[in-house]
Design a protein around this ligand. Structure first.
Ligand SMILES: Cc1cc2nc3c(=O)[nH]c(=O)nc-3n(C[C@H](O)[C@H](O)[C@H](O)COP(=O)(O)OP(=O)(O)OC[C@H]3O[C@@H](n4cnc5c(N)ncnc54)[C@H](O)[C@@H]3O)c2cc1C
Length: 297
């Protein structure tokens, strides 16, 4: 078996589609195809021209799940789901034939389509994560106002007040940032122009959800760790958010590159904000005023 997935580096895709008359023939593996077992069609990204830059050499196809040669090898379960009964399929495409109309967009447009889908998908992850984190904070507060120990409510203990304040601060920052990014998406109507902020939201969301869910679990004591409360599901969800639609590390690289685009290095001996040079520049710029001030003394 060849490497079944390229993961965070789609330039390593090996799943291939070759034209044969009016049809395309797909061969290869795909891993973690979400909801494949219940889907009536699959969106498959394939190499259609291996001789050019992968960003131009890949295309997307709509493949009905019932097409001969589409073999779901395993339905991978996330943590907590039964083995082999999950929703993320390992699929082997073996000589899968689809008509020319199955090509989504144009030949070589897979990356452009994927980026558009992923832009909206990632900010949508952010919106759902806000809902989960708000739920965790609500549960934290309810517990803090209900549980009395060592003579007072948890809500009266400074540690717990710190949990609440930190959680609120993280959540409100994230909520506003997602709102701002959604506003940018509406304004520019071009995901490429909002890439930096979408990636930033994607970086922040796992930690934000993890931290709030963890604190909420902690104040629920033993009960919080059981499968009678949803905290581990939320914490697992935070881990998933650090991977699905791209790992946090890859988004950090995107953000850093985009931020650096707006900056320049210096060929001077000292940094631009070197205080002695700034002071000299200010003295020169305001020399007339300084003379006036000194003259008025
Ligand atoms: C719940 C869920 C649903 C998913 N659904 C789908 C789906 O429907 N279709 C689909 O195609 N994929 C899907 N994925 C796959 C997802 O896109 C990949 O998991 C993700 O891109 C990471 O790839 P990988 O798992 O192979 O990890 P790898 O690429 O092996 O990366 C593993 C780790 O290596 C590190 N790493 C990777 N690259 C870099 C880098 N450039 N710099 C620094 N560190 C790096 C990071 O720590 C990363 O977490 C899903 C994943 C999850 C968890």
């Amino acid at each position: 078996m060849t490497e079944p997935h390229a993961g965070a580096d789609p330039t390593q895709f090996t799943c291939r589609a070759v034209k044969d008359g009016d049809e395309w023939v797909i061969d290869g593996w795909k891993y973690f195809s979400s909801n494949a077992k219940t889907a009536s069609f699959l969106i498959v990204m394939c190499v259609t021209n291996p001789d050019i830059n992968p960003y131009q050499g890949m295309s997307m196809f709509l493949v009905p799940t019932e097409t001969p040669g589409v073999n779901i090898v395993r339905n991978v379960g996330l943590y907590g789901e039964p083995m082999n009964e999950g929703f993320h399929a390992l699929i082997h495409y073996e000589g899968v034939r689809v008509p020319a109309e199955a090509l989504l967009g144009g030949e070589g447009q897979a990356f452009a389509i994927a980026q558009t889908r992923l832009g909206g998908g990632r900010i949508h992850h952010g919106m759902r994560t806000i809902g989960l984190a708000q739920k965790a904070l609500d549960m934290l507060c309810e517990r803090a106002l209900s549980r009395e120990t060592q003579g007072s409510l948890l809500a009266d203990k400074q540690f717990v007040q710190g949990y609440i304040a930190d959680s609120y601060a993280q959540l409100v920052q994230f909520r506003l940032f997602v709102l701002y990014t959604a506003w940018e998406i509406d304004k520019y109507d071009d995901y490429k122009k909002v890439r930096k902020d979408i990636a930033t939201a994607k970086i922040v969301m796992p930690t934000m959800l993890h931290d709030i869910a963890w604190r909420a679990m902690q104040v629920h004591g033993a009960l919080g760790t059981t499968n009678e409360m949803p905290f581990f599901t939320m914490i697992h969800g935070a881990a998933v958010m650090g991977l699905a639609d791209g790992p946090t590390e890859v988004h950090k690289v995107t953000v850093a590159r985009q931020v650096l685009r707006d900056h320049r290095g210096t060929t001077e001996m000292f940094p631009t904000e070197w205080i002695p040079a700034r002071t000299d520049a200010a003295r020169e710029k305001y020399a007339d005023l300084l003379e006036l001030e000194v003259g008025n003394l």
